[in-house]
Structures are given as structure tokens and as C-alpha cells.
Design a protein around this ligand. Structure first.
Ligand code: UGB
Length: 630
């Protein structure tokens, strides 16, 4: 009370609110006025920020926390009353007619899409010190994840405009959610690489804020152990992306942005340009043609191989929500897509997180819990956290909820009495829980894609990856890179190229298949039909080969490759590559991950490319060319 005169009127309101919320311990220890006054003001600046960053403010946060902590203490299961069963969804098989049909529809639709990358996580499990999107997806070309994503979006943009013969191509907005841990470094990566070819205005960064920590079951906010004028904070989870998109008004910006890039648009002259994401905006967005928002995670180098077909599924099946899934090994650290049916008749298809699936199954008559079935996989498809939402229903829902997502709390208790915590906790939320608040009429579906084509995240450090049970995926930098070569090899095989079988090798204690190191720029081939159209005759590639296709119009015709071949072209240069190309090639050389003289991004994978001999050709003028050494 003595210190109140130091505060602005709105800060006094915040102080009163904290007292009403039972949080007076936060300033009980404060000395008399005149001592550390600046720190006191800074404290309220932080409170104001925490208050405005949470839907409903700190009052809602504390209320939600008390309820969730009480449920947790009682051992209440959020899935009480629900029976899990295996849902049905669209199961795709790479390269068949159905797949090709969906891919074509997806490419057409992609000009109506916006992409949202959640990249606020630090990747503690990976043990990498930089931001994860700066890691090379593969080391043959050294392309980092962010570059790969941007080039994939640009390739989709180009393919989509070509398909619709658009005179003025639409620009696909790209949103990146960052956090204090990743924001500056993400911006720096973009700026120092000229946004990897994207227009800076096409990229929107949204920074998520952390939430207040809780020190006990009464949801008393925790002070930072190193600063008594600061509330301790921790990340709230990727679920923040929905409230951030809502509160930023960015969907609105995207709308204006999209139409501003369109041709003179007189039909938009008389529409409301209110800056709040109101319901009328939904109509405008639809009119403007933006129809889909695609959410994706930071380190999956295969993802965009699955995007066209899955977006096609959303469009042709009219899904409001479409989750991408793959076959899942029991106990694999990815959620399971599950149908949950409540005894009161409610039913929904939702991700059940990996740590909850096993207890839920055991509690509902499956004594083996999360176990593989006769196929060798869990019957529940694995959620890869790639969500495709139809924009209209999404905005409608955000307008109702403010983007708030069902939260959970995971306190680590000191003992069985569950009265105190080992360390402070906080509420968390996940972006895939978005459908939990949707009405039963919502069209929620999922699409299962071949794992080898769609999913190879880089999440685990070498030690943890080496301990993964045999047969389960490592999800490491080693397996993530090798998966890219395997996917590209298998795609070319399907397109008619004879690609030699892989050999098995161990790197960082992980046995992986080493296929030829085949890479291409997304603009070389985004869909199976496009790739197939660029391969003809009898082509073959030996296991020890490296192939890098860095250009749009490179045609492989009767090529026999046994060595390394890299081709760079500008748009407008059409190059036919054929004949026999043989050289000593590039070798995959084992390295010791403990050798700190080697850069961390190489050590985490346990190998590097030794460029012994290769053929590299660059075509930087438009025209028709042929490369046929012998
Ligand atoms: N992320 C943020 O942007 N902000 C945050 O506060 C936290 C994370 P993890 P997780 O497909 O592989 C998810 O840590 O949460 C970003 C699904 O929940 O890599 O353990 C972060 O930068 C799970 O169901 O994953 O597990 C990253 O891009 C399963 O699908 C993303 O969120 C699994 O991913 C995911 O964060 C998977």
C-alpha cells in the first residue's frame, strides 16, 4: 500500500487485481518507498504484459490454473468417460492415381493458402545451441530448414500460378511464430540471407510470450529465484499460435496484403476494412480467395512432399480440419489420432498425446496399453502436427474463443500427498488441441501419408537417439538427413529410375540406410507428376552417387550416374542430362560427435560429405542445353 503512489492508475488496478487473486505474496516483501522504486515499476510493467498476453488476462490464467491443478491433484483424467477407438481417415499411397489426383487439386488450392511455421521452441531434447530452423536439413547442399520451407512455398506459389494460368501470380503469406528464445536469431537468419528469395513483406514474424509460473496448488504466481521483482515465466506451448494469429490481426493483414497484390480489384472497394478480425472479415477473406491456413513444425525436411496431396484432400473432402498423420510405432514420442466417444454421446477425432495414450488405453479395457498390432505398428495413426484448417470456419471459431486452446498442467509433485511441487509449473497448450472446442458439426478429418515420404523430424540428440528401442525411429539429425536421401531415391525409383539399394551404416550409434545422396530444389519437382515428367529413358544411379538438381528445367534422359553430379540452372535454362557420368564422387565420412573441433551441426549427425571428385555444371543464361559427357 505504501508504494501505490509510485504507480500509474492502470498499474494500481493491476495491483488490486493481484490482491483479489490472492497474489499479495508477490509484493509483501517490498521495502518502503524510495528503495528500489525502479524495480517495482518494472515489476508492474511485466505484470501488465503477462495480463495482456493471455486471453482473459491474469484473472483467467489463475482461475484456469486453480481448476486444472485441483483436477491434477485429484488425479482426474481429462479423458474420463471417453472410450478411445481407431478412427477412419483418408489413407494415401504415394504415386497411385488417387495420390496424383489429390496432388493436382492441392497445387491448385495452394494459391489460396497461408503457411504458419511454429518455431518458438528451443529444442532442449536436441541439445543444439542455435535455432533449429538454421540447421541444415541435409549436408549435401547445406540447405537449412528455413530455406527449404521458403523455397518449397515459393515453388508451390509458382506451380499454382502456372496451373491456373494467372496473369498476376498470387503471393502465399508465410507466418513464423517465434519466441524470446528464437526471435532475434530467426530474423537475423532471414535478413542475412535475403529472406531466401521471398519478399520480406511476404514473411510475418509473430513472437509468443511466456506465461507466469505457479508455485503451488492455489496457483500462487512464482517469483524468479534470481530476481524478487520478477515473476518467473516459462513457455506456454505451440498452442499459442492460434491466439497470436487472432490478436495480431494478421489474418486481416494477409487479407489486405493479398488483395493489394491483386489486379486493381474494384470489387473490394466497398468492403469494410475494420482492423479487428470480425466475422465480416471471413467473407472478405473468402472473397479474396484465401481459404486455407497450414500449420507446420520446425525440423521436418520431408513435410512439403506431403503438402500438395494433403491440401488436395482438404479441398476435395471439404475438411474444416485436416491433420497429417503417419504410421506410428507404439510408444513413439508422437501423439496418436484417436476417436474419443463419451458415455454421454459426444464424439471427436483428436490427437491424444503420447504420454496420455497408454494410460487411456489401459483404463478402457486394453491391458497392453499403447502396443503395436499385427501390422507391427500402433493402430492409432501418428500425429505429425501438420494441420490444415479451412480459413472461414477457423476465423469463425477464433472470433468465439479468442484463439484460447484447452490447456493442461503437468506439475512434478514432491510426494504422493501432491501438496507441493519440486519446481514451479505453468499451464501449457498444444496447437493440435484446436478441434477440442469445435461443434460436432465441424468436419474434422485426417490424412495418413507414407512415413518415408512425409515425416523425419530432427528432435533427439545423439545419445538419446542411440537409446531408441530397435525398430523405432531415431528422430535425430542423422536419421533426418538420411530420410531425405531415402525419400528422393524412392520417388525417383517410382518415376522409373534404377536406384541402387542402400547400404547400412552406423553413425552416432544409430544404424541407418544410406541411399545415394539425391537432392533437388523444390522448384525442380514438387509433385510426383512433375518429377515423372522430368525423367525419361533408362536412368540409373549407383549407391555411392551424389546428385544435386538446382534448377527448374533439368531433364534426366538415359543418365547413368556413378559419382557426383551437381547442376545449377537459372529459370529459363533447359538442360537435358544424359550419358554415363563416372567419377570418384563424394564420400559419407564418419565423424566423432564428441570432437568439438567439428561444427556442432555436423557432429549431431555423425558424418560429413568428403568431396573427392565430382562434376558441377552451371547454366546461368536462358536457352536449351545438353550435358552428355560420354
Ligand atoms: N514450439 C513453439 O513454437 N513454441 C513452444 O512453446 C513450444 C514448441 P516439439 P512436441 O510431430 O513430432 C509435437 O517440442 O511438442 C514449436 C506434438 O505435440 O518439437 O514434443 C517448436 O519450435 C506431438 O503430438 O514437439 O510434440 C516445434 O516446431 C507430435 O506430433 C513445434 O512447436 C510431435 O510434435 C513442436 O515442438 C511431432
Amino acid at each position: 500500500v505504501n508504494n501505490l503512489h509510485l504507480l500509474h492508475p492502470d498499474q494500481i488496478e493491476l495491483a488490486k487485481m493481484l490482491v483479489d487473486l490472492g497474489q499479495s505474496h508477490l509484493f509483501q516483501h517490498w521495502p518502503e518507498p524510495g528503495v528500489e522504486d525502479e524495480q517495482k515499476k518494472a515489476f508492474f510493467a511485466q505484470v501488465a504484459k503477462l495480463n495482456s498476453n493471455y486471453p482473459g488476462g491474469l484473472a483467467s490464467y489463475v482461475k484456469n490454473a486453480r481448476e486444472l491443478l485441483a483436477d491434477s491433484k485429484e488425479g482426474k483424467n481429462p479423458y474420463d468417460g471417453f472410450t478411445p477407438s481407431v478412427p477412419t481417415g483418408e489413407v494415401l499411397s504415394f504415386g497411385d492415381n488417387n495420390f496424383i489426383k489429390f496432388e493436382e487439386a492441392g497445387v491448385k488450392e495452394s494459391q489460396n493458402a497461408a503457411f504458419v511455421l511454429v518455431a518458438g521452441g528451443l529444442g532442449e531434447r536436441l541439445g543444439y545451441n542455435g535455432i533449429k530452423v538454421a540447421l541444415p536439413a541435409e549436408t549435401t547442399t547445406g540447405t537449412c530448414f528455413l530455406q527449404l520451407y521458403i523455397e518449397s512455398i515459393l515453388a508451390l506459389q509458382g506451380a499454382s500460378s502456372r496451373l491456373s494460368h494467372a496473369t498476376s501470380p498470387k503471393v502465399i503469406p508465410f507466418v513464423i511464430m517465434t519466441s524470446d528464445d528464437t526471435h532475434a536469431r530467426t530474423l537475423d537468419l532471414l535478413e542475412s540471407n535475403s529472406y531466401f528469395g521471398m519478399k520480406p513483406t511476404q514473411v510475418h514474424l509473430l513472437k509468443q510470450e511466456k506465461v507466469a509460473c505457479l508455485e503451488d496448488n492455489d496457483a500462487r504466481l512464482a517469483l524468479d529465484p534470481h530476481d524478487k521483482y520478477k515473476i518467473q515465466t516459462k513457455p506456454h506451448g505451440h498452442g499459442d499460435v492460434h491466439s497470436l494469429l487472432y490478436s495480431s490481426g494478421l489474418l486481416n493483414v494477409c487479407y489486405h496484403y493479398v488483395i493489394s497484390l491483386w489486379h486493381g480489384n474494384s470489387i473490394f472497394d466497398d468492403v469494410c476494412v475494420c482492423s479487428c478480425p470480425c466475422l465480416s472479415l471471413q467473407i472478405h477473406l473468402r472473397d479474396a480467395g484465401l481459404r486455407w491456413v497450414l500449420f507446420f513444425q520446425d525440423t521436418n525436411g520431408l513435410l512439403f512432399k506431403a503438402i500438395p496431396a494433403s491440401l488436395g484432400v482438404s479441398a476435395l473432402k471439404h475438411y474444416h480440419v485436416n491433420s497429417l498423420a503417419v504410421q506410428r510405432k507404439a510408444k513413439e514420442a508422437i501423439g496418436g489420432i484417436t476417436r474419443l466417444t463419451h458415455s454421454d454421446g459426444r464424439s471427436m477425432v483428436i490427437n491424444v498425446e503420447y504420454n496420455q495414450l497408454d494410460p487411456l488405453l489401459r483404463a478402457t479395457g486394453h491391458p497392453d496399453g499403447d502396443a503395436n498390432c499385427e501390422t507391427g505398428y500402433s493402430p492409432f495413426p501418428g500425429n505429425i502436427n501438420q494441420l490444415i484448417l479451412e480459413l472461414g470456419p477457423y476465423i469463425e471459431e477464433l472470433t468465439k474463443t479468442g484463439g484460447a486452446i484447452k490447456e493442461f498442467v503437468n506439475p512434478k509433485y514432491k510426494d504422493a500427498s501432491k501438496t507441493s511441487f519440486k519446481s514451479s509449473t505453468r499451464l501449457e497448450c498444444m496447437m493440435q488441441d484446436y478441434p477440442k472446442t469445435l461443434p460436432p458439426s465441424a468436419r474434422v478429418g485426417f490424412t495418413v501419408i507414407d512415413t518415408w515420404l512425409a515425416y523425419a523430424p530432427v528432435k533427439n540428440n545423439p545419445e538419446d537417439a542411440a537409446k531408441v528401442p530397435k525398430g523405432n525411429p531415431y528422430h535425430s539429425a542423422t536419421s533426418g538427413e538420411m530420410a531425405i536421401y531415402r525419400a528422393n531415391s524412392r520417388i525417383l525409383q517410382k518415376a522409373g529410375v534404377q536406384v541402387e539399394d542402400p547400404v547400412k551404416q552406423v553413425f552416432n550409434g544409430q544404424e541407418v540406410e544410406v541411399w545415394p545422396r539425391i537432392t533437388w530444389k523444390p522448384r525442380w519437382g514438387l509433385t510426383f507428376a512433375e518429377i515423372k515428367s522430368k525423367v525419361s529413358g533408362n536412368c540409373s544411379i549407383s549407391q555411392r552417387s551424389t546428385l544435386g538438381l538446382k534448377g527448374r528445367s533439368i531433364l534426366l534422359q538415359n543418365l547413368s550416374l556413378d559419382g557426383a553430379l551437381i547442376i545449377n540452372t537459372v529459370d529459363g535454362a533447359k538442360v537435358k542430362v544424359g550419358g554415363s557420368i563416372q567419377n570418384k564422387g563424394w564420400m559419407v565420412e564418419s565423424i566423432d560427435y564428441k570432437d568439438t573441433s567439428i561444427p556442432e551441426e555436423l557432429r549431431t549427425r555423425g558424418f560429413r560429405m568428403k568431396k573427392v571428385e565430382g562434376l558441377e555444371e552451371t547454366y546461368n543464361q536462358p536457352g536449351e542445353f545438353s550435358l552428355k559427357p560420354c
